[in-house]
Design a protein around this ligand. Structure first.
Ligand SMILES: O=P(O)(O)OP(=O)(O)OP(=O)(O)OC[C@H]1O[C@@H](n2cnc3c(O)ncnc32)[C@H](O)[C@@H]1O
Ligand SMILES: [Mg+2]
Length: 172
């Protein structure tokens, strides 16, 4: 079975591979560069979900793809500060998209204020942590949890929520 992931980001690709492996499902994973149809930095749960679903749907333009996955990072305002949020979508040709969300934390104000004025979390994190490509590695969540929960691990959990729902739907 050919499974597409609508991103070339290694943190996302590795998470998809890891999740299918842990679920003992033998699939071929195809990373694809596709549009999310939303801003590079989504600013609500709705916009982030839309990005995840659109990434997955765009992968289905390749006729060989049976299942497509979209993973999207965003932020959302709250009374307690700006939260980093991540959403995933699993799409089959013949059924409604399956959706699942990831763990979230409140970002420090010095990061949030820069996002509110239009910067993207990826570059802001690189600048803050004095590292390169944080978004492709441990992620903001990895930096702020002292490496305890990485972006990949967070996405593995999202993937399990997606694959589990896919299995539930397909055995009914
Ligand atoms: O190539 P794609 O798949 O687009 O990967 P990306 O890293 O840009 O990821 P998203 O578009 O899903 O995330 C939207 C923005 O938020 C950033 N981002 C989201 N979560 C992050 C995290 O945990 N650490 C660092 N940056 C993050 C990301 O780098 C983007 O600037
Ligand atoms: Mg992006």
């Amino acid at each position: 079975m050919l499974v597409a992931i609508g991103s070339k980001n290694p943190a996302k690709i590795n998470a998809v591979k890891q999740a299918f492996k842990e679920m003992h499902m033998e699939v071929e994973i195809q990373p694809m560069d596709v549009a999310s149809g939303v801003r590079a930095q989504p600013f609500s749960d709705e916009e982030t979900i839309k990005g995840a679903v659109q990434r997955a749907k765009n992968c289905l333009n390749n006729q060989e793809v049976e299942i497509a996955v979209g993973l999207e990072g965003g932020v959302t305002e709250s009374e307690f500060g700006l939260q980093v949020c991540n959403w995933g979508a699993l799409v089959e040709r013949t059924a409604a998209p399956i959706i699942a969300g990831g763990a979230r934390i409140i970002l420090p104000e010095e990061i949030s204020s820069r996002l509110r004025t239009g910067e993207e979390l990826g570059p802001v994190m690189d600048n803050y942590a004095n590292k390169k490509s944080v978004g492709k590695k441990e992620g903001a969540i990895g930096i702020f949890t002292n490496g305890l929960v990485t972006r990949e691990e967070m996405f593995v959990h999202v993937m399990k929520l997606l694959i589990g729902q896919y299995q539930y739907r397909n055995v009914q």
